[in-house]
Ligand binder design. Structure first.
Ligand code: ZN
Ligand code: ZN
Ligand code: ZN
Ligand code: ZN
Length: 307
């Protein structure tokens, strides 16, 4: 379909002057600034409740994410965000007409002065932000939900700590333990065949907090290793008030690690890739396991304490 080939019936709500006979596809700055005034005045007339509807207008109708400049529009005024624009092969997803490269400066401008609550306000954040500052805050907002800490599957569940604890217990059937000392066995037959593996997560409940013990096998360069580390179910600052130690050994030798648990804000992969835990080379792990080196049998003991 060529630009302008479609009928002009589809009038977007935020674009009242589209009803006039201005040529389709032209969206000049002066028109846009007039539009912003109109929108701004109608926004202020409507009072606070209009913030919600403005927010809806700033939601990309395709992916429903908040739109940030450049906000695009089709010749009929349908808006979409810049990442959706790249995906739709230059055709408006709403009316199918050719998109071109028209920016919706009016909407971009109105958004500038808009004040909005943090998207996590219903989780407890009471801060108010200018629209363009909001995204930056939300990326580090202390009330943003946590990702499920379960490693080894791509679990997309998010939530606060109590809901994630019950999710781990009921959906992942994770081992839950009370107390701040532990003693855990990791067993694997044919460990030579495994280069990447994640063992079942163990969750410890102590000091009224929850900690996740991870155990994984991976290749450190070309060397197969195992790694055990602890993550704290809470934010970084709180994690720093705890310490933990891990011990593994056999044959009268032992390795000891002492560290600070990482927040589950850091993915298990991020912690793993920074080697922030007890790293055991496979050869040494098999030496600790004794026997014929055909089976991995590690006993890891540990303790968590408050600094
Ligand atoms: Zn989008
Ligand atoms: Zn359209
Ligand atoms: Zn917030
Ligand atoms: Zn999960």
């Amino acid at each position: 379909m060529i630009p302008g080939g479609s009928s002009y019936m589809d009038v977007p709500e935020f674009h009242p002057s589209n009803q006039d006979s201005s040529p389709i596809g032209s969206s000049t700055e002066s028109e846009n600034s007039q539009l912003s005034k109109k929108i701004a005045s109608s926004v202020s007339k409507l009072g606070l409740s209009s913030t919600g509807s403005m927010h809806e207008l700033l939601e990309c109708p395709v992916c429903t994410n908040s739109m940030y400049p450049p906000i695009h529009q089709c010749p009929n005024g349908h808006t979409l965000c810049s990442s959706c624009k790249l995906r739709v092969h230059n055709h408006c997803p709403t009316c199918r007409c050719e998109l071109g490269s028209i920016r919706c400066l009016a909407l971009e401008k109105v958004a500038e002065s808009l004040e909005m609550p943090c998207r996590y306000h219903n989780l407890g954040c009471s801060d108010i932000f200018l629209y363009y500052n909001k995204l930056k805050h939300e990326q580090t907002c202390g009330f943003r939900p946590y990702n499920c800490p379960y490693a080894g599957s791509e679990c997309l569940i998010t939530g606060d700590i109590p809901s994630l604890v019950s999710h781990l217990k009921h959906d992942h059937k994770v081992d839950m333990h009370d107390g701040c000392t532990f003693n855990h066995r990791y067993v694997k037959t044919n460990p030579h065949e495994v280069e990447n593996a994640t063992w079942m997560l163990t969750v410890f409940n102590c000091f009224g907090q929850h900690f996740c013990l991870h155990f994984e096998a991976f290749l450190l360069g070309v060397v197969p290793v195992y790694m055990a580390f602890l993550r704290f179910m809470g934010d970084e600052n709180e994690a720093k008030s705890f310490s933990y130690s891990l011990e593994v050994g056999g044959n009268n030798r032992k390795l000891i690690w002492q560290g600070v648990p990482r927040s589950i804000r850091d993915s298990h992969k991020k912690v793993r890739d920074s080697y922030d835990g007890l790293v055991i080379h496979r050869n040494m792990a098999l030496f600790f396991s004794s026997g014929n080196r055909k089976e991995l049998k590690l006993r890891i003991t540990g303790r968590i304490w408050k600094e």
